[in-house]
Design a protein around this ligand. Structure first.
Ligand code: AKG
Ligand code: FE2
Length: 238
């Protein structure tokens, strides 16, 4: 690891002046590790990819389901990182057991959404290959977050701030930013940086730069608490 991060260091990476809590760790991995991870992602068997509108993804660890996830062992190349990140205590002492790999080409993105109740309410993201702006929005149904009713507002009006995710960085989201805000990535080919980008001080990019998007791969690492014991299904007489 480039940044040898310990649990006690985490607080110094908290992004301030935004709701709790986003931790942004630039250069979390080295260029060699980035290259290695990208190679592993593209070495995965073709059927591992699912093409969605606006991005491609690989699901590792099992399919999260309200009744419980049938767990699948994570490959060693992902386990190195799920274990290092879990050792920071960010999943309440549990080990991450699920990784979603996303690939976005320039101009692709993901609609504003919340990650939902199937996951422990923390998500950690390693970015590879290129930057992206992750945009945060007030949800339409949470009047309490702001005085005015959100329903009649446009997406642009509900946009509160963004985080610049540069390649090789680690992002950790939890608390209100996980449970009460939506996040998304606009499908654009170029990002103008502005004071709305809350973590610019921690980034390499210059505040008045226009950043051209490239192909970005993200590893979103989570813990799914509700897991089925596969042995129940493999027992005799079934
Ligand atoms: O690629 C990212 O950083 C965000 C992906 C995301 O929001 C998700 O997989 O739920
Ligand atoms: Fe998400």
């Amino acid at each position: 690891m480039q940044t040898c991060l310990r649990a006690s260091d985490l607080d110094s990476f908290l992004v301030d002046k935004i709701p709790r809590a986003a931790y942004y760790i630039p250069d979390y991995i080295s260029e060699q590790e980035e290259e290695y991870l990208v190679r592993q992602v593209y070495n995965a068997p073709k059927p591992k990819w699912t093409q969605l509108s606006g991005r491609k993804l690989q699901n590792w660890g099992g399919l999260p389901h309200p009744r419980g996830m049938v767990p699948e062992k994570l490959p060693a190349w992902l386990r190195v990182y799920t274990e290092k990140i879990s050792s920071l205590g960010v999943f309440g002492g549990n080990s991450a057991n699920h990784v979603l790999v996303n690939e976005y080409k320039a101009g692709e993105g993901i609609m504003p959404h919340e990650d939902g109740p199937l996951y422990y309410p923390t998500v950690t993201t390693i970015s590879l290959g290129a930057h992206i702006l992750l945009d945060f929005y007030l949800p339409v149904d949470q009047e309490s977050l702001e005085e005015q009713h959100q329903v009649n507002k446009t997406e642009e009006q509900r946009h509160v701030f963004s985080l610049l995710l540069e390649p090789r960085s680690l992002l950790l989201l939890r608390e209100d930013l996980y449970t009460s805000y939506l996040h998304g990535i606009r499908p654009v080919t170029c990002d103008a940086l502005s004071p709305r980008v809350a973590n610019l001080e921690r980034c390499h990019a210059h505040p008045d730069h226009m950043l051209q998007r490239g192909t970005r791969v993200s590893l979103t690492i989570r813990y799914v608490p509700k897991v089925l014991k596969t042995s129940l299904f493999l027992g005799k007489g079934r």
